[in-house]
Design a protein around this ligand. Structure first.
Ligand code: NAP
Ligand code: G4F
Length: 358
């Protein structure tokens, strides 16, 4: 029996991008459901499994080396794992970086999805396929909540590549009868979020400010609004859509939107500091194009049983408290798997926009 008393299922799933935020949470979720879980990771010069360790799931995931741009490795991952369900989460997931590496982002977030779909079509078209689509597809110009029918106006190389893979997923569903779903997920965050994303950058820096380890938080566009939810609740929808009778596309969101400024203000509130004394705007963090406003309408996925509980305030608290606890433990000499202690200050990382200014 699983933790919630439901009978355990014995299915096999393959997750691409198992080392990322969503990959780690989804691994834990599926392992707890009784799945045999395989996960792909890419070869790096330094191991990168801290999130799987953090969730105590590293020992339970079967690891397969594969790179999105290497078709043979994807083919082997499917041949070895024999999955009933493939969750394609691997991607170049940082919108900011997509302006600096547009070609690589196109390969990884666009063409590679066709590589995977082709592999499934040829090897075993009965495999179910989940594609990590995104609210970035909606892009700029929306003034109200977006549902599955809203217009797509991608505003970054990231979003353009994800739009291509969104359509390819639909095309393989309609053209080849593959059970393929697009999860159009709005921003979802957690203490396992990468440090370059704005929410975790804020929670981590706020924690350091509270402990006297840092004084400033340098941010770009404070006015951008996002629909931010809690990642562990979002990954549940990936599984949920794959259990339906027919494949479909679903928006996943809290249906609420807040600005970066509000996030920073609330985060400093959690530790009793005034955000205005610490936040500085730095144009290094502005993008050539930015989506001003994103808010979802997730009625469709809620109709099939999704019921998230964590709201904006709750999310900010979870993230700040966890980063605070980590830095406190670090100050007490405790060492444990965690990204921030190895991360270089962002001043150390040059951007192509800085070069342009010279
Ligand atoms: P993440 O933490 O950045 O994880 C991305 C994963 O992709 C990592 O495991 C990464 O491996 C892997 N990867 C990157 N390039 C690869 C390559 N060339 N070959 C193989 N693996 C590669 O992202 P996330 O937040 O978990 O997001 C998961 C997916 O959902 C992504 O596709 C993202 O675009 C999409 N999405 C995310 C959100 C969100 O708010 N989080 C919203 C909508 C959609 P390394 O660990 O080696 O880097
Ligand atoms: O945290 P962000 O980098 O996330 P963004 O661009 O919304 O993308 C995330 O969500 C997408 C879903 O909508 C995913 F598809 C994607 O993979 C990723 O997970 O930036 C959020 C907002 C942007 O408007 C950005 O310009 O925050 C603004 N921002 C302001 N200062 C900043 C900063 N973003 C970052 N990363 N760093 C800053 O200093």
């Amino acid at each position: 029996m699983s933790k919630d008393g439901a009978p355990l299922v014995t299915k096999t799933a393959l997750i691409t991008g198992v080392t990322g935020q969503d990959g780690a949470y989804l691994s834990k979720f599926l392992v707890d459901k009784g799945y045999e879980v395989y996960g792909t990771y890419r070869r790096l010069s330094t191991p990168n499994f801290w999130r799987l360790h953090y969730l105590n799931v590293f020992e339970k995931v079967n690891l397969l080396p594969a790179d999105l741009i290497d078709v043979g490795s994807l083919l082997d991952a499917i041949r070895i794992s024999h999955p009933e369900e493939v969750y394609n989460l691997a991607a170049q997931s940082f919108v900011g970086a997509s302006f600096e590496q547009p070609v690589g982002t196109g390969e990884m977030n666009g063409i590679s999805v066709t590589r995977l779909l082709e592999t499934i079509r040829i090897m075993n078209p009965k495999i179910k396929f989940y594609q990590a689509s995104t609210s970035e597809l909606f892009g700029s110009g929306h003034l109200s909540a977006s549902n599955e029918e809203a217009l797509f106006r991608p505003s970054s190389p990231y979003a353009a590549a994800k739009l291509y893979s969104y359509w390819m997923t639909k095309i393989y569903r309609e053209g080849f009868g593959i059970f393929a779903c697009n999860g159009i997920l709005f921003n979802h965050e957690s203490p396992l979020r990468g440090l370059e994303f704005v929410t975790r950058k804020i929670s981590n820096t706020v924690a350091k400010c509270a402990l006297g380890l840092e004084k400033e938080l340098r941010l770009g566009n404070l006015e951008a609004k996002r629909d931010w939810g809690y990642a562990p609740e979002y990954i549940e929808t990936m599984w949920l859509m794959m259990q339906q009778k027919t494949p479909d596309d679903y928006v996943v969101a809290t249906d609420d939107s807040h600005s970066v400024k509000e996030f920073a203000e609330k985060a400093f509130d959690v530790v009793g500091l005034d955000w205005q004394e610490h936040v500085k705007v730095d144009k290094k963090f502005l993008r050539p194009l930015d989506v001003a406003y994103l808010k979802g309408d997730s009625s469709k996925i809620r109709k099939i049983g999704w019921n998230p509980k964590v709201d904006f305030d709750g999310l900010v608290k979870i993230m700040v408290k966890e980063d605070l606890s980590r830095w406190e433990r670090w100050q007490n000499g405790e060492r444990f798997p965690w990204d921030a202690s190895n991360y270089p200050g962002e001043d150390k990382i040059l951007s192509r926009y800085q070069e342009k200014d010279k």
